[in-house]
Design a protein around this ligand. Structure first.
Ligand code: PHE
Length: 441
C-alpha cells in the first residue's frame, strides 16, 4: 500500500499495523557514538537512536527558504494567498515525542510513534513528523492566523514520490467563539463563496458534520458548521489559486473526504483531479478544544490544515522525481526563478542499473522494510532511485523466511560506473550482515 506522505501516520502507514511491541524489534541501523552533534548541539544517543547520517545531512538545508527553489516559491505563493497571516519558516526540526504526539492527543499506541516509522535522536527527542507539532506553541503566542513551513521526517520506502524528508505547510485560523466572531466568519464565508461562484471550479462536497465526523461536545454545532464551511471555502480558494490556471479550459475538480486526525474534529482530506487522477493534497479540520486549552487559548474556535509541498510542486512544475528537489546541479536549480512557476525541462536521464540482494531474515528480530530502505539510503544517498521487495517466502522445512530486494541505482547528474555500483552494493551487503545479522543467500 502506497499512501501519500503528508497524511496521518495511522493512514499513511504503508506497512501492517505496528504495535508498541515494534519498539523492541526495531534496531538501530548502525552503531552510534555516545553523542551526536545536530544543528550545533550535542545529543546523547541511546537504544532509541535511529537517525542516519543521510537524514542528518538534510536537517540544516531548509529548501523551503532557499530563494528561487520551487519549494520556496510555492511557500511564498501560498503565503501571499493569506496576506494577513503571520509566517513561520525556521523552527528547529528537533522536537520531543510529547510535542509531536502527546500534546496533540495522539493515542499511546498510535503507529506513527514506532521506531520503524519515525526518526528518534534518543528516547526524548525526535525529528518532527509533521508541522502540526508546532501548533500549540504558535497558538500559545496568541496568534490567530498563521502559516508555518518546515521540513518533516518519516521513515518510508524509496521511490520517485517518496523521500524520508519532505516539506509541509501548516495553516490555522481562530475566531472568537461568540456572536461577533461568528458574524466575522459569516462575512468571510460570503466573500469567499462569491469569489468561488465566479470561478471555473467544481467541488464535490460532503456534510460539514456527520455521525462519523462529529462536532466536538464542547462546540455549538452551529459554530462548528460555520468554521468547517470557512475552512472548506478558504482551501477551495487556495486550490483554485494554485491549480486553476494549470487546468485552464477544464474546470478545476476538488473533492472533500471524511478523515480522522487525533487533533481535529470534524476532519477532512482534500483531493484534486489532475491529469486523469485524484491526488490527495492535504489534511485539515476543526481544531480540538484540548489543543487550544493546552495553548492557553480561551473562548476561541477555528481550523487548521497541513499540506505537502513536494506533492503540489511536482504537479505544478512537472518535476518527475522527488529526489530532484535536493539536487544542487545547476541544470536543475538554474531553471527556476523566484516567484514563478515554470515547467521543468528534464535534462538527459542517465542509465539505471539494478542489483538484487537475497537473505534469510533473522528469526525473532526480522528486518523491517524501513530499516532496509534507510540502510540503502545511508550507503548510496540520492544515487538510489527506488527499492522494491521482489520476493519473500518461508522455507517449508526450516521455517526460515527469505527476502529479496531489488535496488535500482541511478544518478540524476551523471553516469555511474559499474565499479561504483558494485562498491555500493558491496557496502549494502556488508552493512546488512554487520548491523542486522542477516544471512546472505
Ligand atoms: N498533520 C497532519 C498530517 O501530517 C495534517 C493535518 C494538519 C491535519 C492540520 C489536520 C490539521 O498528516
Amino acid at each position: 500500500m502506497i499512501a501519500p506522505r503528508f497524511l496521518p501516520a495511522v493512514k499513511s502507514c504503508r506497512c501492517a499495523y505496528h504495535s508498541f511491541s515494534d519498539f523492541s524489534i526495531a534496531r538501530a541501523p548502525s552503531k552510534y557514538p555516545p553523542s551526536l552533534k545536530i544543528l550545533g548541539e550535542h545529543h546523547l544517543t541511546d537504544e532509541f537512536t535511529n537517525v542516519t547520517p543521510a537524514i542528518l545531512s538534510k536537517v540544516d538545508l531548509e529548501l523551503h527558504t532557499q530563494d528561487g527553489h520551487p519549494l520556496s516559491t510555492l511557500r511564498s505563493i501560498i503565503e501571499s494567498h493569506y496576506p494577513d497571516f503571520s509566517h513561520h519558516s525556521s523552527l528547529s526540526p528537533i522536537v520531543s515525542p510529547w510535542k509531536n504526539f502527546d500534546e496533540l492527543s495522539f493515542p499511546w499506541d498510535h503507529p506513527g510513534r514506532s521506531m520503524t516509522d519515525s526518526y528518534y535522536i534518543n528516547k526524548s527527542l525526535m525529528l518532527r513528523t509533521h508541522t502540526s507539532a508546532h501548533e500549540i506553541e504558535v497558538f500559545r503566542k496568541g496568534e490567530d492566523k498563521w502559516l508555518l513551513t518546515a521540513d518533516v521526517y518519516r521513515r518510508d520506502e524509496i521511490d520517485a514520490s517518496h523521500y524520508p524528508v519532505f516539506h509541509q505547510m501548516e495553516g490555522a485560523r481562530l475566531y472568537s467563539a461568540d456572536a461577533s466572531g461568528m458574524e466575522e466568519v459569516k462575512e468571510d464565508n460570503e466573500r469567499l463563496s462569491q469569489h468561488l461562484e465566479r470561478s471555473n471550479i467544481v467541488i464535490e462536497d460532503i456534510p460539514h458534520i456527520s455521525p462519523t465526523n462529529p462536532v466536538q461536545p464542547t462546540h455549538d454545532p452551529a459554530h462548528s458548521e460555520l468554521i468547517a464551511k470557512n475552512l472548506k471555502l478558504s482551501l477551495n480558494s487556495l486550490l483554485l489559486r494554485l491549480f486553476g490556471s494549470a487546468n485552464s479550459e477544464e474546470p478545476l475538480r476538488v473533492r472533500w473526504i471524511e478523515a480522522y486526525f487525533p487533533f481535529t474534529s470534524p476532519s477532512f482530506e482534500v483531493e484534486v483531479f489532475f491529469r486523469g487522477k485524484w491526488l490527495e493534497i492535504l489534511g485539515c479540520g476543526v481544531v480540538i478544544d484540548s489543543t487550544l486549552d493546552t495553548a492557553n487559548v480561551q473562548g476561541k474556535i477555528g481550523w487548521a490544515f497541513g499540506l505537502g509541498l513536494e506533492r503540489i510542486a511536482m504537479i505544478l512544475y512537472s518535476i518527475p522525481d522527488i529526489r530532484l528537489f535536493w539536487s544542487t546541479d545547476a541544470r536543475f536549480l538554474s531553471q527556476f526563478e523566484a516567484g514563478k512557476i515554470t515547467t521543468f525541462k528534464p535534462y538527459s536521464k542517465y542509465p539505471s542499473c539494478y542489483k538484487d540482494v537475497s537473505f534469510w531474515n533473522p528469526e525473532g528480530a526480522p528486518l523491517h522494510d524501513n530499516d532496509f530502505c534507510d540502510l540503502v539510503r545511508d550507503v548510496a544517498g540520492d544515487l538510489v532511485e527506488d527499492v522494491k521487495m521482489i520476493d519473500s517466502f518461508v522455507h517449508p522445512k526450516s521455517n526460515r523466511s527469505s527476502l529479496c530486494y531489488r535496488i535500482n541505482y541511478r544518478s540524476m547528474d551523471r553516469s555511474l560506473s559499474n565499479e561504483e555500483i558494485n562498491e555500493l552494493q558491496k557496502n549494502v551487503v556488508s552493512r546488512l550482515t554487520d548491523t542486522f545479522g542477516v544471512e546472505i543467500r
